[in-house]
Design a protein around this ligand. Structure first.
Ligand code: FAD
Length: 393
């Protein structure tokens, strides 16, 4: 096999931090470190998202809440982020008969969440990170191997292997993190991965020709059914991104809904009120991938003073609590605070960071699972049942 390049860059990389993954957590952390004057190299396996609109079939818009807002405030970006978002004042529950009910957020109402385009936020974070001369962004660079003893990363870029020897490393490469796998290889590491038996598919509900919204704009919409669940986030142009959660297998599942007739039958049966709103339903269905959902718990999140994990790489959760990105951002704040507190003792900073975050992310994993049941079971709420009886009568 082709020999990877030797670490010719090794000396040049001294003192610089390597971040593996330029997604939400990686780009925010690059910006945070750069603001402290630290030199950062971000290695991202995908091409630069600012050059093309590849969402990779992943969730297009996300709910930003308090913890994420706090982290974005700390890097001075919140005033630029907020105008990109749509305020969600509560959730609208859609019953099978087309009836709706609005539930404001917070005990007394008045609390809000913000719907934001994942790619727009990522691009903004990358732009701001790149404004710092000490930040270098390397797209089309996939982490392939970690040599822990030599403290080197081996990256694959356009068929070439490149070795770098950074001062230390952050694994921000998502739920299926290569950094995590490589870091934990041969170690006494805990690792637990669960897949939900339901997957997801995204569809779009377009805006009206005048830019208005077909359904209430400033809300998260939920179509709870025992057999399937739709959630929608609003976009600034009046459209909404719908995410359908459905079993992978069995009757009326992703496995059985493969042709035009099956798609139409599924919607007629479970979501008839959505049918007139989705004229491109069948095309959308066929062209959008089906994603899987995983929960990952692991430990440790670091090795010595050299490598540390953030975001989904150390705690992927089901999306039903809407806190994955928010907690990934909170990791970045917590890591920066731990580094500031522990000065030169980076191993102590990494350990303190993990200790402070893990109880919260473990709880989040449980809450995210519980909210899956809670959202589905809305269908059994007294209001739902009452409406159904009324309609039957
Ligand atoms: P990612 O965003 O996955 O970024 C990881 C990056 O690493 C990617 O850019 C990837 O290309 C790169 N990478 C991977 N492997 C390598 C490699 N070997 N070398 C180099 N680069 C690599 N969160 C919320 O807070 N609110 C929501 O409303 C919400 N809704 C969601 C809905 C759905 C359907 C899903 C699936 C998730 C949702 N989330 C939500 C969760 C949120 O998307 C994640 O928690 C968040 O993206 C985690 O950020 P991250 O930077 O850790 O990982």
């Amino acid at each position: 096999p082709e020999q990877p390049a030797t670490a010719t860059d090794a000396e040049a990389d001294n003192g610089r931090v390597a971040i593996v993954g330029g997604g939400l957590a990686g780009s925010l952390l690059a910006l945070s470190l750069a603001r402290q004057g630290v030199g950062v190299d971000v290695y991202e396996r995908r091409p630069d998202p600012r050059l093309g609109g590849d969402a990779g079939g992943r969730s297009i818009n996300l709910g930003l809440s308090k913890r994420g807002i706090q982290a974005l405030t700390e890097v001075g970006l919140i005033d630029e982020v907020m105008p990109l978002s749509v305020t969600m004042r509560g959730r609208v529950i859609h019953s099978p008969d087309g009836g709706t009910r609005f539930q404001p957020y917070g005990k007394n109402g008045g609390e809000v969440l913000h719907s934001i385009d994942r790619n727009e936020l990522n691009r903004l974070l990358l732009d701001h990170a790149q404004r710092h001369p000490q930040v270098r962004l390397h797209f089309d660079h996939r982490l392939a191997h970690v040599d822990k003893d030599r403290r080197e990363l081996e990256l694959e870029s356009n068929g070439e292997r490149v070795r770098v020897r950074p001062s230390w490393v952050v694994g921000a490469d998502g739920a299926f993190s290569r950094a995590r796998q490589e870091m934990q290889r041969g170690e006494r590491a805990d690792f637990q991965q669960e897949y939900l038996e339901w997957g997801y598919k995204e569809l779009s509900l377009s805006a009206l020709p005048d830019g208005g919204s077909q359904i209430e704009l400033e809300a998260l919409h939920v179509w709870p059914r025992l057999h399937g669940l739709f959630v929608s986030h609003p976009n600034r142009d009046g459209s909404h991104t719908l995410t359908l959660f459905l079993p992978f297998e069995g009757p009326d599942s992703f496995a059985t809904t493969t042709g035009e007739a099956e798609v139409k039958a599924l919607f007629d049966k479970y979501f008839p009120d959505l049918v007139p709103l989705l004229p491109n339903l069948v095309d959308d269905w066929m062209s959008h991938p089906t994603g899987s959902l995983t929960t990952i718990r692991t430990g440790r999140w670091h090795r010595d003073d050299w490598i540390v994990l953030v975001g989904d790489a150390c705690h992927a959760v089901y999306p039903f609590y809407g806190q994955g990105m928010n907690s990934a951002f909170e990791d970045c704040s917590a890591l920066m605070a731990a580094l500031a507190r522990h000065g030169q003792n980076r191993a102590a900073a990494f350990a303190a960071y993990e200790q402070s975050r893990r109880p919260h992310t473990d709880t989040l994993a449980e809450l995210s699972k519980a909210n899956f049941v809670e959202l589905k079971q809305k269908v059994k709420s007294p209001w739902f049942v009452a409406r159904k009886r009324l309609d039957v009568a």
